[in-house]
Design a protein around this ligand. Structure first.
Ligand code: CAA
Length: 705
């Protein structure tokens, strides 16, 4: 028998078990193992029913993603599933953990499904730029109706056992041992002589939609409304439609063809890259094996402003109590009111109950006395970006916090080593940089200081995962990975205005590229006054460099959406802003003052001028060892700044475009504008000269030293 698939007999029932840690992915060895096992049991007269189970922490998580793009080895997953469905005796799937993608499709090929009460099922292929390619789009609609199937397939969301039972996805849910329950069902089926129930034979659930597909179309429209630029959600809708428009076999063939097309396409390659990059990003190459995180039962947050409040919500959401410190009761009250208002939005949208809101709020305690943090295991400072204030707070924390507590700063730019030096325990200090809105954005840059202890780093990574963030470990430099690259972009945004573009042209080029918002609309939303005040306070270098237009707008009291005017005009009740001739006049006048002759600028130049300098900065970040891998940079930009996931992040995108092209264009723009800062970074230059890409650096030490 195969190493990863075993068969044992229990009376008239045979149990086929897949054991392929960590997630029982359906790689070649598993597929052929199950195929052979089923072939052997088919004609075994002593076996009247079969249970298909998985060992370890989960049922199968689907196809082995690492095999995609390599030559296929038979049997293909869809062939295996067809063979299981064709079994002449009942096959019962025993599902625990997460039955996902091809794993769930395998269960749909079985004739009965039993789930453990904590099990979840789902078809997350859409998140990899794919559609379920092993019959899922044809079998699930036959089981629960096309509309319900559509919701699961297009969202890629998981469905818990109870809901799965209600929908009819599973036949039984058990609180006990799922393998025992499946065995029990198989014994009953064998005893009763009940035969297989094949989904491919069923069409009762398709009749209503066949007669009238209005509701199906409406649901499809809603589900794809937010899928800007993505191909897979649309392909999923198309494939589910085939389930009721075409005979089963034909639907299956078309699903297969579409899957092959998507798997070979750039979008899926990009999304698969991010799947693995996301998991890599919190791995620290020099962390000793066996480093264990410190225990975190309580958290302290200093500052109840927008960031402090958002950060605190993450912990309240997962049951970790938070003590929030502010300088006055008034500031605390304001912060708590904002948090409650944010939770109320979830209540009003039906995503949270009133009771749950109360529970979450009860996990938050406010205080104006920092010494109340004496018992906190993990303390995050989220106050104004000024080094002296931060150093003062860390000095005080050092005296207050218990031994072993982790002291973190949410600074978005400042030197963690300098902050750590204000304490007598620099090993316990690091950065945990959240992104606004901090309760929503999934990125968490974990800034590793020169002296940060490994177990402190491990604690922050572990905590980040617990609050469902994507932790990326980065090194110390001004702005770390994300904001440092953003600055490279920001330097070009204003420059483009002076050279001839309008804010709306720039924003459109960037949203057409796939970002949810353009830089000027984003500035208006965040408030132009923030950068303006920092520039005034700390100097132009602090916030994306010189910003003549933004500063002039702020001098006019135009801070963005909150004042009704910024780069755009915001009418009450209107969604988004409209262009303002006054702003254009200001741009023209400023350009004149600097002696810049304005010209027509196309969207291609806008994209290149904004994205390529970011890529070049990313190359410097790699060279300096601030990021460990180019994929880490991609993860930062996707989860912190809305870089379109289907482009795979800036560094993956750069490889797709070709580094030689990027090098040449940067040189061209440096000539055109007389700005040598636009020249390609040495690493970018070197890789381009070698005809290589950032991906070629995987596993190599890039740092020059
Ligand atoms: N193929 C290959 N490797 C996989 C994998 C898969 N389908 N799913 C997970 N892994 C790997 C991860 O990369 C990770 O590897 P490292 O330890 O080397 O980093 C390891 O398994 C454990 O995964 P996680 O760290 O993600 O563990 P978790 O417990 O947090 O989550 C999970 C488990 C929910 C199953 C999650 O891994 C997951 O969502 N996996 C992907 C599921 C998926 O998308 N399935 C569809 C595949 S496509 C398909 O099936 C197409 C088809 O129709 C034919």
């Amino acid at each position: 028998m195969s190493d990863v698939v075993s068969v044992r007999k229990d009376g008239e029932v045979a149990v086929v078990t897949i054991d392929n840690p960590p997630v029982n992915a359906l790689g070649h060895a598993v597929r052929s193992g199950v195929y052979e096992a089923m072939a052997g049991l088919r004609d075994d007269a002593d076996v009247k029913a079969v249970v298909l189970a998985c060992a370890g922490r989960t049922f199968s998580a689907g196809a082995d993603i690492t095999e995609f793009g390599k030559p296929p080895q038979p049997p293909a997953l869809f062939e295996l599933i067809n063979a299981v469905e064709d079994m002449p005796k009942p096959v019962v799937a025993a599902m625990h953990g997460t039955a996902l993608g091809g794993g769930f499709e395998l269960a749909l090929g079985c004739h009965y499904r039993v789930a453990d009460s904590k099990a979840r099922v789902g078809l997350p292929e859409v998140k990899l730029g794919l559609l379920p390619g092993a019959g899922g789009t044809q079998r699930l609609p036959r089981l629960i109706g096309p509309e319900e199937a559509l919701k699961i397939i297009v969202s890629g969301d998981f469905v818990g056992a109870d809901k799965a039972l209600k929908l009819g996805i599973v036949d039984e849910v058990t609180d006990g041992d799922v393998n025992e329950a499946a065995l029990e069902l198989a014994r009953r089926l064998a005893a009763d002589g009940t035969g297989p129930v094949r989904l491919s034979d069923r069409d009762d659930k398709l009749q209503a939609v066949k007669a009238d597909d209005t509701a199906f179309n409406e649901t499809a429209g809603k589900l794809t409304a937010r899928a800007r630029g993505l191909e897979a959600p649309h392909a999923c809708v198309e494939a589910v439609r085939w389930s009721f428009e075409l005979p089963f076999e034909e639907g299956l063939t078309k699903e297969r063809e579409k899957f092959m097309e998507l798997v070979a396409g750039d979008q899926s390659k990009a999304q698969r890259h991010i799947f693995f990059a996301e998991r890599e990003a919190s791995k620290v190459s020099d962390m000793p094996k066996g480093t264990t995180p410190r225990e975190v039962k309580t958290v302290g947050v200093i500052g109840a402003g927008t960031m402090g409040g958002g950060i605190s919500m993450n912990f309240a959401n997962v049951g970790i109590p938070v003590t929030i410190v502010e300088t006055s009761q008034e500031a605390l009250d304001r912060g708590f009111a904002t948090i409650e208002k944010n939770y109320r939005i979830s209540v009003s949208r039906g995503r949270m109950s009133e009771e749950e809101l109360k529970v979450r709020m009860s996990r938050l305690t406010g205080t104006t006395d920092m010494s109340d943090l004496a018992d906190a295991d993990f303390i995050i400072e989220a106050v104004f970006e000024e080094m002296d204030i931060k150093k003062d707070i860390f000095g005080k924390l050092d005296a207050i916090a218990k031994p072993g507590a982790v002291l973190a700063s949410n600074t978005s730019y400042l030197d963690i080593d300098e902050i750590a030096a204000a304490t007598n325990r620099p090993g316990s200090v690091l950065g945990t940089h959240f992104f606004s809105p901090a309760n929503v954005m999934r990125l968490m840059e974990i800034v590793r200081g020169e002296k940060t202890d490994f177990d402190v780093l491990a604690t922050a990574i572990d905590l980040g995962r617990k609050i469902r963030k994507v932790p990326v470990v980065v090194g110390v430099c001004f702005g770390f990975v994300g904001n440092r690259m953003l600055k490279a972009r920001q330097l070009q945004t204003e420059q483009l205005l002076l050279e001839g573009a309008t804010p709306q042209q720039v924003d459109k080029a960037i949203t057409d590229f796939g970002f949810p918002m353009g830089p000027f609309a984003m500035g208006d939303l965040a408030g132009l006054d923030i950068g303006w005040r920092i520039r005034k306070h700390v100097g132009a270098d602090a916030e994306g460099g010189r910003a003549e237009i933004a500063d002039a707008l702020c001098e006019m009291g135009r801070f963005g959406q909150k004042t009704g005017r910024g780069f755009y005009i915001y009418e009450k009740g209107a969604r988004g802003g409209t262009p303002d001739p006054e702003v254009e006049a200001l741009i023209v006048e400023t350009a004149k003052r600097f002696g810049i002759e304005r010209r027509e600028i196309g969207s291609e130049e806008i994209v290149e001028r904004l994205i390529y300098p970011m890529i070049s900065e990313g190359a410097k970040i790699l060279e300096e060892g601030i990021a460990q891998r180019s994929g880490d940079i991609d993860v930062v930009w996707i989860y912190g700044y809305g870089f379109p996931i289907w482009r795979g992040g800036p560094m993956f995108y750069a490889d797709q475009v070709g580094l030689a092209h990027i090098r040449d264009r940067l040189d061209f723009y440096a000539e055109q504008t007389g700005n040598d800062a636009l020249r390609p970074a040495p690493l970018l230059q070197k890789l381009a000269d070698e005809g290589a890409g950032f991906a070629s650096l995987a596993g190599k030490k890039v740092r020059a030293a």
